[in-house]
Design a protein around this ligand. Structure first.
Ligand SMILES: Nc1ncnc2c1ncn2[C@@H]1O[C@H](COP(=O)(O)OP(=O)(O)OP(=O)(O)O)[C@@H](O)[C@H]1O
Ligand SMILES: [Mg+2]
Length: 329
């Protein structure tokens, strides 16, 4: 069955201008997200997840720039769009829930004004009544009583503010939504209810999601596929149901799986991954993960690893996998 991609990322690199020169935080990344799919993007802090997300929105901040590759959303190259087309396209075709966004709502505007501003930005002729009705409908969608529309952000709980941010992201019914750590700042009960709701909204409105998180077990639960980022590279893309066992994965993914506490394994000691990810100006030669990899061999120190397709249908960037007979892609 052929699937329609909503996002196609090809060989994308993103760098930051620093006092040490241009340092790449995203390095030649390739992946796609298909219609109605949730792809989880995981990786330790600093691995480049948010930088990638901003690049997908063409919203990189000052000092950051795309140094190679392309991004297509719904078949359109967003780096070849003129500013006016891009302005219309963003939020109505691709939108984003920013990391820590619930704390970025404007504190001196009611949430109603903030939602209506988003609607107006794209449809300046919308009547006051239609905008208000649309705002009420959005609040109902994210399960907040529309009477709370008149509230200022500080009058709402963290969970409610996060729902408002999600309501703003889906206000223009985009086909693709990036969610950067949408539940990280919330307690587990609120986190669960917001996740359930994201899944419901996705079914109802039919959008695809790139769900960014450090929480491996949470991502493997909600995503169809998982992309694992290490030091700016996507080292593995796998179906999430392969993640219940550590075998067959990139050694970094294997380490992440071993680090998940399991209720059933009372006697198994959790194993973390030794060491820390490298700084952007000190990315090791060969495979960037080799200093932390218990399987590292001579080639891993000097040669960039090949990308391999394993029997688990994942893309794994690892010398070891190439050696044991995975097909190179
Ligand atoms: N403005 C900047 N200038 C220079 N380097 C930056 C800048 N912003 C981010 N970086 C670096 O880029 C790398 C990737 O950062 P990014 O925020 O994308 O990581 P992340 O995976 O989203 O981390 P987290 O999980 O903590 O949100 C890090 O090494 C970070 O220090
Ligand atoms: Mg981030």
């Amino acid at each position: 069955m052929s699937r329609t991609p909503v996002l196609e990322v090809n060989n994308l690199s993103v760098g930051y201008e620093t006092t040490k020169g241009l340092l790449e935080a995203v390095r030649k990344v390739d992946f796609s997200v298909y219609e109605n799919e949730i792809v989880g993007l995981i990786g330790e802090s600093g691995s480049g997840k948010s930088t990638l997300a901003y690049a997908l929105m063409r919203l990189l901040k000052n000092g950051a720039k795309v140094t190679g590759g392309s991004v297509k959303v719904l078949g359109q190259d967003i780096y070849n769009m003129d500013p006016e087309t891009l302005r219309k396209f963003r939020w109505s075709s691709i939108s984003m829930v920013f990391q820590s966004a619930m704390n970025a709502l404007n504190p001196v505007m009611t949430v109603e004004q903030q939602i209506i501003d988003t609607l107006r930005f794209h449809n300046p002729n919308i009547s006051k009544k239609a905008a208000f009705e649309a705002a009420c409908e959005l609040f109902e969608l994210v399960r907040i009583d529309p009477s709370r529309l008149k509230s200022y952000p500080h009058e709402l709980s963290g969970g409610m503010r996060q729902r408002v941010v999600i309501a703003i992201a889906i206000a223009l019914k985009p086909k693709f939504v990036i969610m950067d750590e949408p539940t990280t700042a919330l307690d587990v009960v609120v986190q669960k209810s917001i996740l359930d709701q994201i899944m419901e909204l996705k079914e109802q409105l039919g959008f695809s999601i790139l769900f960014i998180s450090h929480d491996f077990s949470l991502v493997s639960e909600i995503a169809d596929r998982v992309a694992v980022m290490y030091s700016g590279r996507l080292v593995e893309v796998a179906d999430s149901d392969t993640l219940s066992t550590p075998e067959g994965h990139h050694p970094y993914t294997e380490g992440l799986i071993h680090a998940i506490p399991r209720l059933t394994d009372k006697h198994t000691k959790l194993r973390g991954i030794p060491g820390n990810p490298p700084a952007l100006d000190k990315i090791p030669s060969g495979c960037a993960f080799h200093p932390r990899c218990k399987y590292a061999e001579a080639a891993c120190f000097t040669e960039a690893p090949p990308i391999v397709k394993t029997e688990h249908h994942s893309i794994v960037e690892c010398h070891l996998h190439a050696k044991v007979g995975g097909a190179r892609v």
